[in-house]
Design a protein around this ligand. Structure first.
Ligand code: GTP
Ligand code: MG
Length: 263
């Protein structure tokens, strides 16, 4: 194809940043102005189960659509997507990867809204921002995910106390004052003494956030000539609300970050 005299605008001005090879790629998206969005749509405080399940459904669609995403972790209005280390998704072009993730997630959020809120109209367009960060080894990926889950715990612990105080009659300012300077143990004590609530009994989705990954599950594919079941291990996209800070989850699911499961 002949180049026009204008072609230089691409050749000389457009740059495609390619993310460094042999790095894990994390795309984190975050709802824009969800403080307002959650008010307009009357989300339950501090956690709206349907809103969180909708986020999980969007993340599940992401893993279905993009096999190079090996793990996703979400809390509140944010979701992180981990691409396998050697991914060649869009030749590792940063702007392609980021824009595709953000737009795909946002579209699915709108499409699935009615499945989770059949009696609520979407009154404002939901939109998300996004960023890409590269991590050079598995330790930093584990630490990244641990950082997000610690954040989930700190915020949820605080918010659980805050909204219990408010729902029991305190003003938001009073609740804030009550919680100022408190440590984790103080919050647990407040919950159990004033509200007879054991924080550990709160739903795991609220306390731990949600992880989405391909789990190895055993399924019966057929029966042999003698009627015995023939089982196969297959990968099924799964949402769980487990601890991903300690070694247990990663010990049991080493293959998530180690095997090439994109095929
Ligand atoms: P930007 O991300 O900077 O645009 O601001 P934001 O308003 O989205 O706030 P941020 O991302 O820091 O925090 C998310 C906010 O979303 C929370 O502070 C809540 O106000 C709201 N939110 C997220 N999940 C829920 C939920 O389940 N219930 C309720 N009531 N609010 C939620
Ligand atoms: Mg936000």
């Amino acid at each position: 194809m002949a180049n026009s005299e204008y072609e230089y605008v691409k050749r000389e001005f457009e740059f495609d940043r390619r993310l460094p090879a042999s790095n894990w790629i994390v795309v984190r998206i975050d709802g824009c102005h969800f403080h307002r969005f959650s008010k307009i749509h009357a989300f339950e405080k501090p956690n709206d189960e349907n809103a969180l399940r909708l986020m999980n459904a969007c993340a599940t669609s992401m893993l279905e659509k993009f096999p190079d995403i090996v793990f996703a972790y979400g809390v509140s209005d944010e979701y992180s997507f981990v691409f396998r280390e050697e991914t060649e998704f869009y030749q590792r072009r940063e702007s392609k990867i980021l824009s595709i993730c953000v737009s795909y997630f946002t579209s699915v959020y709108g499409m699935k809204w009615k499945d989770f809120f059949p009696n609520k109209d979407l009154r404002e367009p939901p939109y998300f921002d996004g960023r890409v960060v590269c991590y050079p080894n598995m330790k930093t990926i584990h630490d990244y995910l641990a950082w997000r889950q610690v954040d989930c715990h700190i915020n949820n612990h605080y918010n659980t106390c805050f909204w219990m105080l408010v729902k029991s009659g305190k003003t938001e300012k009073e609740a804030q004052q009550t919680l100022k300077g408190t440590f984790s143990e103080d919050k647990n004590e407040l919950l159990s003494q004033q509200f007879q609530v054991n924080y550990e009994d709160e739903p795991a989705m609220f306390r731990k956030g949600s992880s989405v990954y391909r789990d190895k599950v055993e399924t019966k594919v057929k029966t042999d000539d003698y009627g015995n079941p023939i089982k196969r291990i297959r990968l099924a996209i799964t949402v769980s609300n487990l601890d991903i800070i300690g070694p247990e989850f990663w010990g049991k699911h080493q293959y998530i970050l180690q095997e090439d499961m994109s095929m």
